[in-house]
Design a protein around this ligand. Structure first.
Ligand SMILES: Nc1ncnc2c1ncn2[C@@H]1O[C@H](COP(=O)(O)OP(=O)(O)OP(=O)(O)O)[C@@H](O)[C@H]1O
Ligand SMILES: [Mg+2]
Length: 363
């Protein structure tokens, strides 16, 4: 048995999730604790700004990577304290960092994190830069969670799908005896959050309640769904590079009521996911949602109504709380690295083959 920590800060820029887990000699995983820490507003804004080309990017990115390592370090220390575990007992950390560019077609993806600073702060081996090797092997570098989903959520008898509702939505189909399918569907929360911040001054629409009061705008919804990304065949992955405020502004009439746009964005998330499920995972009996969007009651109800043949629930039911799945996936990827096992699923990412993912900064 060995202890691992996974650290994740996703496209929503809401904060850092840390999960402590143990993994035994057979690969069985047990979650031991979770800690979430919101990003300081100044760091959140800077990381958001670094998603677009700007002045003095290199120095600003280095500074943000340093500050993020500080935040990651405090999550690790809080987690160790909560779980009464010493740093020397932890075999390795899998640290995602913050994606500021994702261009697998051009051969790169950039996750900011000063991993040396994190290793120096916490005294634990840090495995980072977990996406680049898959891209070097011709893959998308994403999604990486399907390997973990396969390890913990597969059923020998039932066709399941796992749906992560982070900033971006990603779907994993787990059907007995069939290859795993996994890809990014499109925006889950990122556009909803941005619109809510702009019009209500709040980082997200709690429970989707504001948007639930609006009318879906059919014309703009159809225009949004015409985005070629949605129809493209997997392997595919996306992020803020495509789905940003400018994309939305170009498709929404200037005189639309903000609440109606929020309702339309929720409908976009639901409809794009439902179409993907029908097209790529039509045999799915149960859909297990995770990520912060699983706490959005409006989104979850709309998804269940749109998919009457599928039981829509959350990973809580399988013993992994919705806000721990992504961080745990990166702890599992650290385990894969330590064991020199591949972390990617080539059938998902499109890589030429299985690869050991990540780079190590020793404690
Ligand atoms: N109670 C809630 N009601 C509505 N939305 C919520 C609620 N709680 C969380 N969310 C949404 O979930 C988001 C955070 O989810 P999460 O941390 O899974 O995303 P992320 O950081 O982008 O993750 P990743 O990219 O790793 O999947 C918030 O920005 C918000 O949109
Ligand atoms: Mg998050």
């Amino acid at each position: 048995m060995a202890l691992y920590i996974g650290l994740m800060s996703g496209t929503s820029l809401d904060g850092v999730d840390g999960v402590l887990m143990d993994i035994d000699a057979h690969g069985a995983i047990r979650l031991r604790g979770h800690h979430h820490q919101p990003l300081l507003a100044s760091l959140r804004d800077e990381l958001g700004a670094l998603n677009s080309p700007g002045r003095d990017e290199i120095a600003r990115a280095a500074k943000a990577a340093h500050d993020l390592a500080h935040a990651y370090g405090s999550v690790v220390n809080a987690l160790l304290h909560k779980c009464s575990v010493f740093a020397r007992e932890v075999r390795a950390i899998g640290a995602h960092g913050q994606t500021v560019r994702h261009q697998p077609g051009s051969g790169y993806t950039v996750q900011l994190l000063n991993a040396a600073k994190l290793a120096e702060t916490v005294g634990i081996d840090v495995v980072h830069d977990l996406r680049s090797r898959d891209i070097a092997a011709g893959g998308q570098g994403a999604p990486l969670a399907p390997g973990f989903h396969t390890a913990v959520f597969s059923s020998p008898i039932e066709a399941r799908a796992v749906l992560n509702l982070g900033g971006i939505a990603n779907l994993t189909r787990l059907a007995p005896g069939r290859p795993v399918i996994g890809f990014d569907c499109g925006p889950a929360n990122t556009l909803l959050d941005g619109w809510c911040l702009r019009h209500r001054g709040l980082p997200f629409d709690v429970d989707g309640a504001w948007g639930a009061g609006g009318q879906v705008l059919d014309g703009p919804l159809a225009a949004m769904l015409a985005e070629p990304y949605f129809a493209a065949a997997p392997p595919k992955s996306t992020g803020r590079d495509l789905f940003h405020a400018g994309w939305l502004d170009a498709l929404v009439p200037g005189d639309a009521a903000p609440v109606d746009v929020q309702a339309t964005l929720a409908a976009l998330t639901v409809e794009s996911i439902a179409r993907d499920l029908e097209r790529h995972a039509g045999d799915t009996r149960v859909l297990f949602a995770c990520g912060g969007g699983a706490r959005n009651g409006h989104l979850m109800r709309k998804l269940a109504a749109r998919l009457p043949a599928v039981r829509v629930t959350t990973t809580d039911e399988l013993g992994v709380p919705v806000d721990q799945v992504e961080a745990a996936a990166f702890g599992w990827l650290a385990y894969c690295f330590v064991e020199r096992r591949p972390g990617n699923l080539p059938e998902v990412t499109g890589a030429r083959g299985p690869r050991v993912l990540g780079a190590l900064v020793p404690a």
